[in-house]
Design a protein. Sequence first.
Length: 226
Amino acid sequence: MQNNYKAFSYCQVQEAISKLNDYFDFDLYSAEVKKTAVGVVIGEQEDNTFKNWLEYKGNKPILMRNSTKVYGAHFKGTNYNIKGYNKTYQTKAESNTKLSESLIRFELEANSRYLNNRKHPIGIYTVADLVNKSKFDALANDLLNIYDTIKKQPVINYQELKPKEILLLGAMKDKDSFNGLKKHHKHSFKLLRKDYSKLLDSIADIELENSIRSKVLEQINYCKNN
């Protein structure tokens, strides 16, 4: 479990909180939860995961760095932080633990406002809520929904694209161009975004993306059911 590169299932969460409750001289279950982190780890490569992230609800990803090494990307909002990063690299850098395979961690960090002040609140107020099975499952399902909402860059064969399609990809992928269109040419930006989404759908590597999503779903289901 060290350095969270292994699955942490519902039963293990129950056990861990129970042991912590026995250790402290107060009722841990009634303690207020201000921030929650939920995530899964899959066996996959950087090039097929966070390096292909384009945007989440209109926001571009921010690179995660350790000195000059880019090891992940994240979307940071007022009440949340969505991360994808090379867990194998981070574990070696932080604890000198060498893992034998390439692992990617997909994670949501969220404060209580994100989880509770929304159309369909999950209701994480105290530690007891974290071991409520229906709320635990809701957190897991929210993680999958976030993964599905992230727009991803498919593997592209540029030889098959027209020049204007390549220019559209470049404009939407470049942060300055994207923000310039969004800020100064709102009507054109909306039309270009529609064309961009259609283009991505037409060239997407569905087989690869389905494979990665299946890995994320498999780990989520494992944590929910064990």
